[in-house]
Design a protein around this ligand. Structure first.
Ligand SMILES: Nc1ncnc2c1ncn2[C@@H]1O[C@H](COP(=O)(O)OP(=O)(O)OP(=O)(O)O)[C@@H](O)[C@H]1O
Ligand SMILES: [Mg+2]
Length: 232
């Protein structure tokens, strides 16, 4: 199993109040699969993928990714894991505003062990001709394409996407989903994606529904739908 989460728990304490945000999550995803996490706001989706991606740590339980038990890693090892193996795509792109498109990609490729070529990934997302623009000179959909290029330039094993189409209109969203599906097919990248949009689940191999920090439903999809056929 490529991702294997076992009985993962996480609480946050603010002041004197402790809230259990993840209450013993179990989740599995095979290499090369696409997984979708659905669930209401506050159900723990971002917390879960941030722990899988090494941005945050759980309190107890096990999280293994490609055979590495990340719960056992020290801080330096966790940083290496996050830098080397994980690509992140966020709802609001998180590009560095005073760097050009090309430079936003290169800050990542420069610290990667075996990066892909910047121009190749920019061409893959259809942004080769805008390499010298700044993020403010791009539409939201174009910024998200650049953020996908930045996530894949390090050739990550795992692409974690937190509401990647949350700020985009229907057609742009579908284009972004097609891009993610192409990345999955071309590079064999395993993808785990959070969305509020249940229609997007049709393109996933596995769908996990979270409610109040628990997986309340898991389904396996034998007939995944190409992103270009998804409608909502
Ligand atoms: N750093 C933090 N400190 C305290 N509480 C937090 C922290 N991060 C998240 N929480 C709380 O944990 C719960 C789950 O948050 P999380 O961001 O994982 O939800 P989510 O499912 O991603 O929601 P959304 O769909 O709105 O993004 C929320 O109640 C949130 O307030
Ligand atoms: Mg969230």
């Amino acid at each position: 199993m490529f991702i294997d989460v076992i009985n993962l728990k996480k609480s946050y304490t603010t002041g004197s109040v402790t809230t259990e945000v993840l209450k013993g999550i179990g989740m599995k995803l095979e290499k090369g699969e696409t997984g979708v996490i659905l669930g209401p706001s506050g159900s723990g989706k971002s917390t879960l993928i941030n722990i899988i991606g090494g941005i945050d740590r759980g309190d107890s339980g096990q999280v293994s990714v490609d055979g590495v038990e990340i719960t056992d890693l020290n801080d330096d090892q966790l940083t290496d894991y996050r830098r080397g193996d994980i690509g992140f795509v966020f709802q609001f792109y998180n590009l560095v505003p005073n760097l050009t498109v090309g430079e936003n990609i290169e800050v990542v490729s420069n610290i990667s062990k075996s990066p892909l070529d910047t121009d190749v990934v920019l061409a893959a997302v259809g942004m080769r001709d805008k390499k010298h623009r700044f993020p403010r000179e791009l539409s939201g959909g174009e910024q998200q394409r650049v953020s996908i290029a930045r996530a894949i330039v390090k050739n990550p094993k795992l692409l974690l996407c937190d509401e990647p189409t949350g700020a985009l209109d229907f057609l742009t969203s579908r284009f972004i989903l097609q891009l993610l599906q192409q990345v999955n097919q071309k590079y064999g990248t395993t993808i785990l994606m959070i969305t509020h949009n249940a229609a997007i689940a049709a393109m996933a191999n596995r769908v996990f529904r979270l409610r109040s920090g628990e997986v309340v439903e898991e389904s396996v999809n034998q007939n995944t739908v190409p992103a270009e056929r998804i409608e909502w």
